[in-house]
Design a protein around this ligand. Sequence first.
Ligand code: DX5
Ligand code: ZN
Length: 220
Amino acid sequence: MSAAPLICPSILASDFAALGAEVKAITEAGADFVHIDVMDGHFVPNITIGPDVVKALRPHTDLPFDCHLMISPVDAFLDAFRAAGADLISVHPEAGPHLHRTLKYIRQLGARAGVVLNPATSVDVLDYVMDDIDLVLVMSVNPGFGGQSFIDTQLRKIEVIRKKLDAAENPAILQVDGGVNAQNAGLCVSAGATALVAGTAVFKGGPSAYAANIKALKGL
Ligand code: DX5
Ligand code: ZN
């Protein structure tokens, strides 16, 4: 039996006109991290949240802020997100230019560092940064939008990364993001994931449903 996964609601699917209340509601409903999708309209075809919004949300919860940066080039914004209250900062290798330098810098800022792999990105990119990562995020949709369907091939990628992390005795969080729901959550965990990001599956039904939605994702 695998341990219950960490649940990281993506506030991209929340009510943007009530973000503070939404973050408080998922905190009370049993979320483990607050997943914040940052998009620049350049690396991905959508624009979302900047550091000022992250800063405004910080007083609304004690949960770790898990900032998924879909911006390129990313380095110029790391200080601002850390100062705004990001606890984990995850970056795409394609957002570059220098993944190793970026990961080192995130840790230097005192945050935990994550690498995000797009559906077509090979796991090989992890090989020479194994000692520099606290989290690996497997995208099970192409980044840019919530509400897309889970790409099944990524389950095999999760398995391969699980083996790599275990072989390296690396305790990094193995997170999955995109189209995760109560039906496929168990498959992700069996493949080796330890954290699940979910937007639609957490926020559907409004605040009174959040606790049950999170429980269902944990497989409880
Ligand atoms: C996509 C984002 C995801 C997404 C998840 O670029 O990284 O976090 O919002 O939303 P759902 O769970 O609705 O696929
Ligand atoms: Zn995300």
